[in-house]
Design a binder for this molecule. Structure first.
Ligand code: PMP
Length: 428
């Protein structure tokens, strides 16, 4: 049983000693002190079904035994040295990760967070191409570092200070809210416009998630990325895929989210699910792009340290051995069908979208105007929490449920989630 301070005391400590801009997801905060696969436990031992996985980070399950075992073993052998010495873990891990990449994406850089990975990807793009401008998407999220804040496409994530220069935000190819529906190539025309109007005609690159996560589980419109990748490469740029949320089989049909659009990027960034909660992230690129950075030294104190590498390797093994990608496809399809049935019953559900176990449910006050039902989303989320289901939410207006559970989430868990959501929607 939990023996630490009570939740009220933890809240008081947090208010006094942690950042005042932290946010909580519930009116009455939940305190989580234990996790087991798709379940979380509060300080009183109450169990919750976890549909958000620590913001899409716990990929194979909370305290998955194979990952825990690998970390423990390495922890008692060697915790840290850095890359000034040889160690097998980081080298074998790099190979195992590269083996899972398509094309010529074979050089791996290990870092510690998604922001750091995207910072590095942007630097690589600029060094390799000799160009500066970067095309990003409205509604995107790529991190909170000084280098990535400018790529974000929501004002709520931008501090009121210069965001860096050379970031240009294209129209979001949002099938639900965008002007051109699911017509990817029509949105792509805006990228061509941006290149010719806002840049010298040459760009460093383009960065996007294939399904926007923080932005509210928004899949890019069909056929968007192939068109944009062509335009970017014609303007001298490289294409960066942010797989921080969409990687490792979560989208079900493919191992990597970008594969859903049939493209192969030049640089891929990953974090979150890569380490099942360990502070681990990576950038994978081609030998040619890596060579552009080789004129100077490269070092990262913790990147790929033995413990994180051992844990990351265990994640790769579990995803394969437990066939998590196929599982995400099957459970995701079942959950989507059930959510669509719920939408037929509740007018407040404006859209059900996503792929595999990366789903979004958008609540609107009116299906025609699509006015965001922000307060209702918060209320439903609170009721669902009281009934034992922890949901995620996102989108600029906070009116999209983000359902991105640990990948061990079962069809029965999906049924429970939908039944609880039904009750919570009825209660509105
Ligand atoms: N990219 C995406 C798509 C993300 O969702 C996030 C985190 N929400 C990041 C980058 C940044 O990752 P981190 O918080 O580890 O810096």
């Amino acid at each position: 049983p939990y023996t630490g301070p009570p939740a009220e005391e933890v809240l008081a400590l947090r208010k006094q000693y942690l950042s005042p801009s932290l946010f909580l997801h519930f009116k009455k905060p939940v305190m989580i002190v234990e996790g087991k696969m798709q379940y979380l436990y509060d300080e009183r031992g109450r169990r919750y079904l976890d549909a958000f996985a620590g913001i899409v980070t716990v990929s194979v399950g909370h305290c998955h035994p194979a990952v825990t075992e690998a970390i423990h073993r390495q922890n008692s052998l060697l915790q840290h040295t850095t890359t000034i010495y040889l160690n097998n873990q980081i080298a074998e891990y790099a190979k195992e990760l590269a083996d899972r990449m398509p094309g010529n994406l074979k050089v791996v850089y290990f870092v510690n967070s998604g922001s750091e990975a995207n910072d590095m990807a942007i630097m690589m793009a600029r060094l390799h191409t000799g160009n500066w401008d970067l095309i990003c998407l409205r509604n995107a999220y790529h991190g909170m570092s000084i280098g990535t804040m400018g790529t974000c496409g929501q004002h709520t994530w931008k501090q009121p200070m210069p965001q860096g220069f050379g970031y240009h935000h294209a129209l979001n190819p949002d099938p639900y809210r965008g002007a051109f529906g699911d017509d990817g190539p029509r949105y792509a025309a805006d990228v061509a416009d941006l290149i010719s109007a806002a840049t010298p005609g040459r760009v460093a690159g383009f960065v996007a998630e294939s399904i926007q996560g923080v932005g509210g589980a928004v899949p890019l419109a069909t056929g968007y990325l192939p068109e944009v990748y062509k335009m970017i490469r014609a303007a001298g740029g490289v294409c960066i895929a942010d797989e921080v949320q969409t990687g490792f089989g979560r989208t079900g049909s493919h191992y990597w989210g970008f594969q859903r659009q049939g493209v192969t990027p030049d640089i891929v960034t990953m974090a979150k699910g890569i380490g099942n909660g360990l502070p681990l992230a990576a950038v994978v690129t081609t030998p040619e792009i890596a060579a552009s950075m080789a004129g100077r030294l490269h070092f990262n104190t913790y990147g790929g340290n033995p413990v994180c590498s051992a844990g990351g390797r265990a994640v790769l093994r579990v995803v394969d051995e437990e066939r998590r990608q196929e599982h995400c496809a099957a459970v995701g399809a079942h959950l989507t069908t059930r959510l669509q049935a719920l939408a037929a019953k509740h007018d407040i559900i404006g859209d059900v979208r996503g792929a595999g176990l990366m789903l979004g449910v958008e609540l609107v006050k009116d299906r025609k105007t699509k006015e965001p039902a922000k307060a209702e989303t918060a209320a439903v989320m609170e009721t669902m929490k009281d009934l034992g289901v922890l949901m995620g939410k996102g989108g600029l207006h906070g009116n999209v449920f983000r359902i991105k559970p640990p990948m061990c989430f079962s069809a029965r868990d999906a049924d429970f989630l939908v039944e609880v959501m039904d009750v919570a929607l009825d209660k509105l």
